[in-house]
Design a protein around this ligand. Structure first.
Ligand code: LIP
Length: 269
């Protein structure tokens, strides 16, 4: 039987150490190490160093677990647990000195595929903002900030003004027309939108009630693995294409009432 407390303890400790490393490297100056899917899709030396730190801790403390990370790929484990890691989510924010970036770490059980896995714990740590979001399956979603710990809950009471909706756009300019058309279908539901630049913090924001909802096309599993659990543990709903879980095709997160409205608007039905 997997001990959820052990998983959470590892995730919190690793996220704190990794996030503090990212913040130190940011202060020393960011080095762009490479680009990936498009010219705007950058990876910094810190992304790689932070992921290596997390993998090193896993190898030492949980050697049988699997790994699925943005920068160093996937490695099958023997325990049925896989760690899904985005070392610095919001990499462009990080490169520009915008504080909305986060280390995202999730432990999932079963096949390491978002359509099939069961998320057990999720941690999203924003070191520049001193905010540590965390959730355990069946144990709620929480924010540790300053000296306090508060339980998180999604907003699910739509107001006459409309919903505050987070979203994002892909790195590939060829995808922007479709993303903007999708946003155009959502705007009648919205009082305004926020483009925060980190899916993990968008999802944590929905869980915390800072956003009423969020949607984005083009996310990778490491972008949403931890934040999706937080939204669900905060009383929200997370999905993708109709009847599906989050995927690269689409991620939607909101309270139940707004989720249904967002799903319908995005699908254009
Ligand atoms: C980012 C996401 C963001 C999305 C960006 C990018 P990264 O992840 O967090 O929501 O709009 O295109 O995918 O690349 O910073 O890990």
């Amino acid at each position: 039987m997997t001990n959820l407390d052990d998983l959470l303890r590892f995730a919190l400790d690793a996220a704190r150490e990794a996030g503090d490393l990212a913040r130190r490297r940011r202060g020393e100056g960011v080095q762009i190490a490479a680009t990936k899917s498009a010219a705007a899709d950058i990876v910094t030396a810190a992304d790689r160093e932070v992921e290596a730190l997390i993998r090193g801790r896993l190898a030492a403390e949980r050697p049988g677990d699997g790994f699925f990370g943005e920068e160093s790929g996937a490695e099958q484990g023997t325990t049925g647990i896989t760690w899904v890691v985005d070392p610095i989510d919001g990499t462009v924010n990080y490169a520009y000195g915008i504080p909305e970036y986060a280390v995202s770490i999730a432990a999932v059980e079963g096949e390491p595929d978002p359509q099939h896995w069961q998320a057990l714990v999720g941690v999203v740590y924003a070191p520049a903002m001193g905010e540590l979001f965390h959730a355990v399956a069946g144990g709620g979603a929480w924010l540790d900030a300053g000296a306090g710990r508060v339980r998180l809950a999604v907003n699910d009471a739509p107001t006459e003004a409309g919903a505050l909706v987070g979203t994002g756009f892909g790195y590939d300019p060829a995808t922007h027309a479709g993303d903007l058309a999708r946003l155009g279908r959502v705007m009648p539901l919205a009082r305004d939108i926020r483009r925060i630049g980190s899916a993990a913090l968008d999802l944590a924001g929905v869980a915390a009630g800072r956003l009423d909802g969020y949607f984005e096309r083009g996310l990778n599993p490491w972008d949403h693995a931890a934040g999706a659990l937080m939204v669900e543990e905060a009383g929200g709903v997370v999905g993708g294409l109709p009847g599906q879980r989050p995927s690269t095709a689409l991620t939607i997160a909101a309270g139940p009432v707004l989720f249904a409205r967002l799903e319908q608007a995005i699908d254009g039905r």
